[in-house]
Design a protein around this ligand. Sequence first.
Ligand code: ACO
Length: 386
Amino acid sequence: MSEYLPGLEGVPATQSNISDVDGERGILSYRGYPIEDLAERSTFEETTLLLLDGELPTAQRLEEFTQELRQNYRVKYNIRTLMTALPSTGSPMEMLQAGVSALGMFYPGNECLTDSDSCTDRDYVDNMTVKIIARMPALVAMWEHIRNGYDPIPPRPDLPIADNLLYMFYGEEPDPLLAKIMDTCLILHAEHTTNASTFATLVTASTLASPYAVISGAVGTLSGPLHGGANERVVEMLREIGRPENVKTWLDKQLDRKQIIWGFGHRVYKVKDPRAKILQKLMERLPAERGGQLSPLFETAIALEEAATERLGHKGIYANVDFYSGILYMELGIPIDQFTPLFAVSRSAGWLAHWHEQLSDNRIFRPTQVYVGEPLRRYVPLRERT
Ligand code: ACO
């Protein structure tokens, strides 16, 4: 193929059996299981094993994996010291990238979880996977306290990842509904075929770089507003709009100026993202189950979705996962700039599944390019240049 396709649209970059998206029908599945079933019936730990192993785990495998994760929730004190040296005004995604890289120095990974003498490649991969997935939540939650000048809250190894994450943010066991919502968000964001950050994962993995280099590169890629960073922009956009009755005027102005509507559009989905539907339903459940009202931001979001779908739907542009995730995280009390780090915590499961898959049949990525620069020419000495 010599034709250049911007953004590699439609170009298969890999073969994978981890997840699949049918963008015309709005279907997402992990290892063949529809996302709706996993969101309703699975847990983040179980979904992670499904992504990694290819099958739903037995009770024993799930129990062992869960215990390994829990034994690895805590990070070394020196990582906390390192974080205190970072500027408190810095971006949490940049902190996370630095934190993941630092994990690579503190936990280099040549030892296995059990017996280092009998380490196999598979043990190494499993060991690294557990260490990264278990520790990313601590990095995110620790930073929230450290940047505000407080001591971090140590993890609770008796809690599942979702509950422990909220516990490390707030210092108390979460309400079961909020913990379930966090767990569902983790499941929904865990994997999504060859998106930009997963593609970055494959490229870095193909050089046989360490898994920490692989994941920190993926975190950096996820941070951009066209990818995972969009959920933060959605909340800022909804705040700017203010109220449902302002939607129409705001949208007309935005589209006239050819501006982006954050949380809308997707390279693969030509209908509404199935994850957005699940998140929207969760958001609707909140007031019913907690005896409150719909959040004003959510009301504005519903009005915006309706109006934007009317204007953009004919182009196949509908709400994506980021449209409702930010509002939901706000209901959980998460600060806006921590939405994308939470996305990264969850997506680490998918990234690491792709890391495994890439290593199992590796060939370094080295695409070509269409050169459109100058032809070969003579070097002009400085004194002859005008
Ligand atoms: N608002 C307004 N117009 C849009 C939007 C949007 N959100 N998305 C696409 N369009 C328009 C473009 O202006 C373009 O119009 P044109 O043909 O008249 O020039 C057309 O739709 C095609 O858009 P592209 O940018 O070429 O589509 P692409 O597949 O390259 O980009 C992307 C996909 C980046 C997701 C884009 O839709 C976008 O910028 N969305 C907003 C950011 C966002 O929500 N990102 C999160 C995606 S989900 C995730 O990564 C977790």
